[in-house]
Design a protein around this ligand. Structure first.
Ligand code: NAG
Ligand code: NAG
Ligand code: NAG
Length: 258
């Protein structure tokens, strides 16, 4: 079977077996291979490549090396991606519970959206898990379906933080014209009660995510909030100024945004 139709079949099977919250099911359909190094690329194993990108030692890469498409696909759809996300969310909850909060409603947590609250895995599974060059037209078409499922581990973190009285601030590279669909997608996926949803306005077009996100976080803190935590799948969510008292990096070996 051709590779594309194999992924399509897996996604299809997942879709008929469960909801899109079907991500948990969808990603257990493959036998995880993440313990293995997979193919080799530029003299490195794909596992070493993934470690390099997760640690931000490898920067500004544009696509997943072709040799690693299968490796990344198995990682994303297998157990390991979930296990890795679970550790991040667990540490974040432990940290949040350890905080002595002022209780004045000004403690906030910054969340990125894509590959943090929402998963675009149904899209990326059809587009080579990041091995195909990014196509904004196609990706925005997917965004406009509003069907991205929640990342279950982050959803749990989100709920825990709300219980603790820490307010979510959503800060995304999605653009202002995508506000309506993004809000409804988030609500349908189980997220609600956020304090702010900040989307990228046209004033920032052409600027990097680090610049845009730093600037928006600065405004948030200048208006009296305290960013106690910050979570994202990209280093550009977590670097820069006003990054928050602690940052948490979720896995994402599919794409890099500077
Ligand atoms: C990566 O891209 C950023 C933003 O364009 C740039 O500032 C930086 O120098 C680049 N880093 C490397 C290692 O190429
Ligand atoms: C993106 O995909 C569309 C639809 O397949 C195609 O027409 C377009 O040329 C692609 N753009 C790029 C930059 O590859
Ligand atoms: C959080 O960071 C701010 C700014 O750096 C600092 O003033 C504050 O003491 C930190 N809070 C905690 C609980 O560490």
């Amino acid at each position: 079977m051709a590779k594309e139709s194999m992924w399509a079949l897996l996604i299809f099977v997942a879709a008929i077996r469960g909801s899109l919250a079907g991500i948990p099911r969808e990603i257990h359909l493959l036998r995880p291979r993440s313990g293995s190094a997979g193919e080799r690329v530029h003299g490195l194993s794909c596992l070493s490549w993934r470690l390099g990108v997760e640690t931000n030692n490898i920067k500004n890469w544009t696509t997943v090396p072709l040799e690693c498409e299968g490796y990344v696909g198995h990682y994303m759809l297998g157990h390991q991606y979930r296990e890795d996300s679970k550790v991040v969310a667990r540490e974040a909850v432990l940290y949040a519970k350890s905080l002595k909060l002022a209780g004045d409603g000004k403690d906030v947590w910054v969340f990125d959206v894509d590959e943090t609250l929402l998963s675009n895995l149904p899209y990326y599974a059809k587009h080579g898990f990041g091995a195909e060059p990014y196509n904004s037209t196609l990706f925005n078409q997917w965004v406009l379906t509003g069907k991205a499922p929640a990342l279950p581990e982050t959803l749990e973190l989100y709920r825990e933080l709300l219980k603790l009285g820490i307010k979510p601030i959503l800060l995304t590279g999605r653009t202002e014209d995508q506000r309506k669909i993004t809000s409804s997608n988030l609500r349908n996926a189980g997220f609600g009660n956020w304090e702010m949803l900040i989307l990228k306005g046209s004033a920032y077009s052409g600027t990097t995510a680090v610049v845009y996100k730093s600037s928006e976080r600065r405004k948030v803190e200048e208006s009296g909030y305290r960013i106690v935590g910050n979570i994202g799948d990209q280093w550009s969510d977590l670097l820069g100024i006003h990054a928050g008292n602690r940052t948490f990096k979720l896995p994402d070996p599919m794409y890099y945004i500077s």
